[in-house]
Ligand binder design. Sequence first.
Ligand code: HEC
Length: 290
Amino acid sequence: MKLLLFSLFVSCLGASAAPDGAQLFANNCAACHVLDQMVVGPSLAEMRQLYLGKPDDFVKWCVAPKKKRENVIEMPSMVHVGDDGLRAIYAHVMKVAEGVKVKKQEAGDPYATSSTYNARPQVQRIFLPNAGPAAIAVALDATNSLCWDAGECRMRYAWTGGFIDGFPYWRGNGSNVASVIGTVKYREAQSPFGEVKDVKFLGYAMQDKLPTFRYRIGAQKITERFTPAKNGAGFQRSFTITPAPTAAMTLEFTAQDGVIITSDKGTMSGDKLTISPADATAFTLTFSLK
Ligand code: HEC
């Protein structure tokens, strides 16, 4: 009954300027929560099991989250989203997670906290230096790591020599920033797609313990997958763009000393890649780092 009233309330709001639960979720929660499995935080399916019919408790948690589970970071407070916003997110979560089963986590939690690299790729949602609040640190292998900014939907920098020292972060209350172990070798000044306006993070999917970041720019869906370079220091970065662009496009990377960028398709000229619409649907760049 309570739920029914609540959904009526939400649909009434829908007539006026109701907050968009899906959009608010994408902006504030998607970096840590996905539909059907534990990543940084629990799945939406689990949230539904815990909070169906309890919007007030849901909002309370989001405003003042507690330390509850083992081996996860503390969820930062979402108080800035506001009560109405959190209620809209609640409605969105309850709707999309209906009937969804929680998938078992892969063995060897790739998100487990660790300040020393343990010879396995890992992904950690953390506050990193020179990145927005939605930074995701990815260790590709024992040599190569990178920072991806889920807020701006772009890679920030890549480094070699180690992963991250999360201690300042774990010790503090989330306001501290972790430090990078090793040397930053490549920094990207902006999105390769230029000054993007209408950009939206769609979350990331794990495949072989490495993430594929998904986002949307205007009407185009983009995926970016990172893997370690086959030989030596560096990484490969595979893009897919759907639907294919209607004309040839140019992606601009950030040239710097000691970095060689090559592409399996299109024409590379300096730090610019020009690629035909057909090739733009799937291509891979290699970033070799000295
Ligand atoms: C920085 C990562 C991060 C972000 C962003 C984040 N969460 Fe969380 N969330 C977590 C983690 C980690 C946990 C598990 C904490 C624990 O169990 O100690 C969690 C737990 C939860 C839970 C489960 C509470 C329970 O009783 O077990 C809910 C519900 C939730 N988050 C909702 C949200 C919503 C809604 C948003 C966006 C407004 C959000 N979270 C944003 C990391 C995040």
